[in-house]
Design a binder for this molecule. Structure first.
Ligand SMILES: [Zn+2]
Ligand SMILES: [Zn+2]
Length: 332
């Protein structure tokens, strides 16, 4: 099923023609739980990875990590709870058997092995094929973007996962890796539920605080009387997306310049805690609004199980001068 963003509640460019110079296309990914294969675009699905290429690991000492979980235990607990949710009629208490509850209690008690400074295998976060993804971002020869992260907090990264990005040509993967190494331990909020994606291009407008001052002022004045918010309804799409504009509502904008060459960086990928928010929910796809919320553990508004901070997003930036320069992240 496709996912379709409803038209914006007002035509903001008709109101403020100068905004046309601050428009950009982004691709909402609309992840939903599923069973993607390595040959599919996905969030949290298997990556098409060359068997002879080392899998990325994180060498951070991970000294500040509190209470990490065993990834296998997280997945097992999610499977039990998801099955229970799906068999429970609406408005009833969760139908879970005593045996299932006992297993969940044991899984929650189970401790992850001590890291002892050992490197942690990264986990698949997103895989996007150029053929599936309008507005694909990557080197000319590449048709596959792969994003991974270390599923633990990192003190030097605002207590967020450490991200790694690869671009490749799918045809170059002669023999694909069967099963990647598992991390020894993980924060369960950084283990994405395997999701299929439904990429949809939409138009965004630059974050208000980065618009020319007079234009931003005009919009703020209009908002005082309007029923809609530029920030939440008209400018920047919530949820998982490729490209587009970053939002800086948490910290106010700060420069994201490439560590290698100083060039201002551009937004690559947004990993979001939820797919729509901000009061009106005006970004909820029409298909999801038409269907009743599925009674599953991970419904359409929070499909990936990923939680960044207090329901924030992780914004991954790339250097437009060279895809070889390192990516950077910000939490907003
Ligand atoms: Zn790490
Ligand atoms: Zn650079």
């Amino acid at each position: 099923m496709v996912r379709t963003t409803p038209p914006r509640p007002v035509d903001v460019v008709a109101l403020f023609p100068a905004l046309a110079a601050h428009a950009r296309s982004t691709t909402r990914l609309h992840p939903r739980p599923g069973a993607p294969a390595a040959t599919h675009s996905s969030v949290g699905g298997p990556l098409l990875w060359p068997a002879d290429e080392p899998w990325p690991h994180c060498d951070d000492p991970h000294e500040d990590v509190s209470d990490p979980a065993d990834p296998a235990a997280v997945r097992r607990r999610r499977a039990i709870l998801d099955a229970a949710w799906r068999r429970t009629p609406r408005d009833e208490d969760l139908r879970i058997t005593d045996a299932e509850q006992a297993e969940i209690d044991a899984l929650e008690e189970a401790e992850a092995p001590e890291l002892d400074g050992r490197p942690v295998a990264m986990v698949p976060v997103a895989q996007l094929y150029r053929r599936d993804t309008p507005g694909f971002i990557g080197p000319d020869g590449a048709d596959l973007l792969q994003v991974l992260w270390c599923p633990l907090d990192h003190a030097d990264l605002e207590y967020c996962p450490r991200v790694a990005v690869r671009w490749r040509r799918a045809a170059d993967v002669a023999t694909a890796l069967d099963a990647p190494p598992e991390p020894l331990a993980a924060d369960e909020h950084y283990l994405p539920v395997p999701c299929v994606v439904h990429p949809e291009p939409v138009v965004e407008y630059r974050y208000g605080g980065l618009l020319p001052e007079d234009l931003d002022g005009e919009i703020e004045e209009w908002e005082e009387e309007a029923e809609h918010s530029y920030q939440y309804d008209l400018s920047i799409a919530p949820g998982w997306k490729l490209g587009g504009f970053a939002s800086w509502h948490l910290t106010d904008p700060y420069p994201m310049d490439c560590d290698d060459c100083g060039t201002p960086m551009e937004l690559l990928l947004t990993a979001a805690s939820s797919e729509w928010d901000g009061g009106s929910g005006s970004w909820r796809p029409v298909e999801d609004a038409a269907e009743p919320e599925t009674d599953a553990l991970f419904g359409p508004s929070e499909p990936t199980g990923v939680q960044i901070g207090r329901s924030y997003s992780l914004w991954v930036f790339y250097c437009p001068r060279s895809f070889d320069h390192p990516v950077k992240t910000a939490m907003q």
